[in-house]
Design a protein around this ligand. Structure first.
Ligand code: SAH
Length: 227
C-alpha cells in the first residue's frame, strides 16, 4: 500500500487517499485537503509520496496512508469541542489536522521529546494554521509539550489520543487519561512484531483493546535512543 496513494501535489495525494478509500469522512477529507504536508517537511524533495520520510534525530513522519487510517479511526471522537492528545507528534502534521477537526471549542496537546523537532513543529503549525494558529498557541488551546509521552499529560482527560510511536506495552498512564467514552489509536509491540491497537473506553469506563493490523513505527522510548 506504501506507494499506492502518492501524489504530485497535496490535492492529488488526498484525491488518491480518497480513491483508495483510506479517507472516507467528509470533514476528515476537508482537513487533509487544507493541510499542506509540505509545510511540515520543508527539507524533503517529495513531500506527497505515500511513504514515511526521515525527519532527523531517528524520527520519521508517518506515511500519508497511516495518517489517514489513524484520523479516520479517531474521527467520531474528533468533533468541535473535543480534546485530543498527539503523543510523539514529530513533524506536527497531525496537530494541524486534529486542530481543524476539534476547533472551535476544542483543545490539542502535542507531546514530543526532541526539542528541535518540537520547535520546528510549532513553526510549521503556525504557518499551516494562519490566521488562527498563533492565537491558539498563545491562548493554550494548542499546547506543544517537550516531555516523555509515555506519561501523557497528567491532570487532563482526552476524548481521543493518537500515539505516533510504538511502546512495547500500551502505557497505563495513557489509558487512564482517556475520557469515558474515549478512544486511543496506538501502535505497540517490539520491532518486527508491532500492531495497531484501538483502545476504547466506554461511557461506563470499561476498556477494550482491539488488535488491528501489523505496522512498523519508531519506538516510543527513552530520549537516549533518538540522540
Ligand atoms: N505522527 C508523527 C510521528 C513522528 S515519529 C509524524 O507523522 O510526524 C514518532 C515521534 O515520537 C518521534 O518524533 C519521536 O521523537 C517521538 N517519541 C518517541 N518516544 C517518545 C517519548 N517517550 N516521548 C515523546 N516523544 C517520543
Amino acid at each position: 500500500m506504501a506507494w499506492r496513494s502518492s501524489g504530485v501535489s497535496n490535492d492529488s495525494l488526498v484525491a488518491n487517499l480518497v480513491k483508495n478509500k483510506l479517507l472516507q469522512t467528509d470533514r476528515v477529507i476537508s482537513a487533509f485537503k487544507t493541510t499542506d504536508r509540505a509545510l511540515f517537511i520543508p527539507a524533503i524533495e517529495d513531500p506527497y509520496a505515500d511513504q514515511p520520510q526521515y525527519l532527523g534525530y531517528n524520527a520519521t513522519i508517518s506515511a500519508p496512508h497511516m495518517h489517514a487510517a489513524a484520523i479516520e479511526s479517531l474521527a467520531p471522537y474528533l468533533y468541535p469541542g473535543a480534546s485530543v492528545m498527539d503523543v510523539g507528534s514529530g513533524s506536527g502534521y497531525l496537530v494541524s489536522i486534529m486542530c481543524k477537526l476539534v476547533m472551535p471549542g476544542g483543545k490539542v496537546v502535542a507531546i514530543e521529546h526532541i526539542p528541535e523537532l518540537l520547535n520546528q513543529s510549532v513553526k510549521s503549525f503556525k504557518l499551516s494554521e494562519i490566521p488562527l494558529g498563533e492565537a491558539y498557541v498563545n491562548d493554550g488551546l494548542v499546547v506543544f509539550a517537550d516531555t516523555d509521552g509515555r506519561l501523557g499529560y497528567p491532570g487532563e482527560l482526552f476524548d481521543a489520543i493518537h500515539v505516533g510511536a510504538a511502546p512495547e506495552h500500551i502505557p497505563e498512564a495513557l489509558i487512564s487519561q482517556l475520557k469515558a467514552p474515549g478512544k486511543m489509536f496506538i501502535p505497540s509491540g517490539s520491532a518486527g512484531n508491532q500492531y495497531v491497537y484501538e483502545v476504547i473506553k466506554d461511557d461506563q469506563g470499561n476498556v477494550t483493546k482491539d488488535r488491528k493490523y501489523g505496522v512498523a513505527y519508531v519506538p516510543l522510548t527513552d530520549l537516549s535512543h533518538y540522540k
